[in-house]
Design a protein around this ligand. Structure first.
Ligand code: FAD
Length: 532
């Protein structure tokens, strides 16, 4: 069963070692756990639906509560405090593209808004119903989760768009293929959600981002069905796939997607390497990307993230022993940890391993084998469960991210971290802010910031501090020439920064497309880009 007010399966818990609790308490003070609103109380707060009964959807209170919020920090605060405020008036679970068409027709007839819903893992408010007189209907795509066709000759697989990460891999594996798209939310997020938010998987360096994997597909719009043929390349004018990618449910409901798949690799290994300081680690990341190194993943933690990762990992004796060895080799205070992956045939992995080790050594790195990389692999989808445990201990964890050219990475990182620290300080609170570079390109990298802070007794105040910090960080990101989002998308939390990113004419273009496809403005209003 899935948690209704936190992350993931109820039966899975992230156990925080005692030493890690002491580490957090020392840096942030003791966390105060405010009691959570219970499920029944929140259920009782669901107002009557404004939609008529209809065979296409349910107006059941429980379904409406479970689709009211996603995974952003404001969502967590709403769910934990019981102040959820807005609920969808109904939840549809279509099984076919024709069902989706019918639902769209119903929404057009009565003028209700439609919120396409994949796994509900949005961290920026994508799927939240907004206040207003218009009823809203959430379209949960979970029943549309099948592999429909596999063209092995072209290595193209067609799926219904509500298919989750594990369902994709389970259906491809018997045929010997993988999609290789592994966002950290992989357990719950869906193909349609990935496309609609331009998601990035952890091994994007090998497999590409979702825009590289999405070859074509079908989207139902109020104007009619858009069907995009999969083509290896095309010069026939602007690429319409790019309009669907990142459309955040504003232009239509993606019902099917054809994606580029690859044979399952013979072998995949993950490694660790240490650098004496952040600067040499960044240089190594840039060298890896610009040398087109044979890796599948590269993730460089800054010094504080490196220490926090080691502290939260537990296994104290092993860590103390490794720590001693690293210090002897000159990798003490200020060290940074690189996790990298190599994927392919046995022969390829073996030769690539040597090539990459040599490159890292030339950059001052100390490759330390597969133990740390193996641990990372084991916990890659488990780490999000830490958020539940931290909350129960009285701490909130949130993340934000950007991407920018190499020349701006260091300054942006320093300024964003400082802006978050200052925002918390100015409100008399503390925070632990750390970062990593997670996706690298020849011309730049994505910067991912995590911050942990004590939850106040007053959750309204916690929300206020979060807003202050989020805005301060967003302003620094934009001032440094970064994108407001490398992978999480826009939703509602990044809406006000879209003008800086796209410009007035860019926004008019997007609105033009929206008005052409959805003149009544029924699709996920208030998300993605401002309405004109
Ligand atoms: C713990 C955690 C880790 C995460 N890690 C990553 C990561 O590594 N990389 C990354 O990119 N993101 C990550 N995210 C963010 C999130 O998982 C992604 O944005 C993901 O792509 C959302 O997919 P979803 O199916 O849950 O979509 P939802 O959250 O349900 O919806 C997101 C948006 O897509 C639209 N949408 C969904 N399905 C359709 C459809 N069929 N047709 C049209 N529109 C649709 C919705 O209307 C909404 O606007 C993470 C989130 C969490 C909570």
């Amino acid at each position: 069963m899935q948690r209704w007010n936190g992350w993931g399966e109820t039966k899975r818990t992230y156990h925080l070692p005692l030493a890690a609790c002491a580490y957090l308490e020392e840096l942030l003070g003791a966390g105060v756990h405010t009691p959570d609103a219970d499920f029944q109380t929140s259920l009782n707060a669901v107002p009557p639906s404004r939609l008529p009964d209809h065979p296409l959807f349910s107006t059941d209170d429980k379904a409406r509560l479970l689709h009211a919020r996603g995974q952003s920090l404001p969502d967590w605060i709403a769910l934990r405090s019981g102040k959820i405020e807005n609920f969808p008036d109904g939840v549809a679970t279509p099984e076919t593209g024709d069902d989706v068409r019918e639902i769209l027709g119903f929404a057009q007839d009565i003028g209700c808004s439609l919120i396409p819903y994949g796994g509900g893992t949005s961290v920026v408010g994508h799927i939240n119903p907004l206040p207003g007189d218009r009823p809203s209907l959430t379209v949960d795509m979970r029943h549309m989760n099948q592999l429909l066709n596999l063209d092995e000759e072209s290595r193209l697989a067609t799926f219904s768009a509500g298919v989750t990460g594990p369902e994709i891999e389970a259906q491809l594996k018997p045929h010997g293929y993988t999609l290789g798209h592994f966002p950290q939310s992989w357990e719950l997020s869906t193909l349609g959600g990935w496309i609609a938010t331009r998601s990035s998987g952890q091994q994007s360096y090998r497999y590409g981002r979702i825009e590289d994997l999405f070859a074509g597909g079908t989207m139902e719009t109020p104007l009619g069905r858009i069907q995009l043929r999969s083509l290896p390349a095309s010069a026939a004018g602007p690429d319409l796939r790019q309009l669907i990618l990142g459309s955040e449910g504003r232009l239509g409901v993606i019902t099917q997607a054809e994606v580029r798949v690859r044979p399952l690799p013979e072998e995949e290994l993950f490694f660790g390497a240490f650098f004496r300081d952040w600067e040499s680690g960044v240089e190594a990341m840039r060298s890896l990307a610009q040398a087109n190194a044979p890796i599948s993943l590269a993730r460089l933690s800054d010094p504080l993230e490196t220490e926090t990762t080691l502290a939260l990992a537990g296994r104290e004796r092993l860590i103390t022993f490794a720590d001693y060895g690293l210090r002897l080799l000159g990798h003490g205070v200020g060290r940074t940890l690189l996790i990298y992956g190599i994927t392919g045939t046995h022969g390829f992995v073996s030769s690539a391993r040597q090539e990459v080790s040599a490159l890292l050594r030339r950059c001052g790195g100390l490759p330390v084998g597969t133990m740390i990389g193996h641990q990372w692999k084991k916990s890659r989808f488990y780490t999000p469960y830490l958020r539940n445990t931290l909350w129960d201990q009285g701490y909130a964890l949130d993340t934000l991210e950007t991407a920018l050219p190499w020349r701006g990475v260091d300054a942006a990182r320093a300024e964003v971290i400082q802006s978050i620290e200052l925002a918390f300080q100015s409100e008399g609170s503390r925070t632990l802010v750390f970062s990593h570079l997670s996706h690298i390109y020849a011309d730049g990298a994505s910067l991912y910031i995590t911050y942990i802070f004590p939850i106040g007794v007053d959750l309204e105040q916690t929300l206020h501090i979060w807003r202050t910090a989020k805005h301060a960080a967003s302003v620094r990101i934009i001032a440094n020439g970064g994108t407001i989002s490398h992978q999480h998308g826009v939703g509602i939390d990044h809406l006000t920064y879209m003008k800086d990113e796209k410009g007035t004419i860019g926004l008019r273009l997007l609105e033009g497309a929206r008005k052409a496809l959805d003149p009544q403005g029924i699709l996920n209003p208030g998300k993605g880009w401002p309405c004109s």
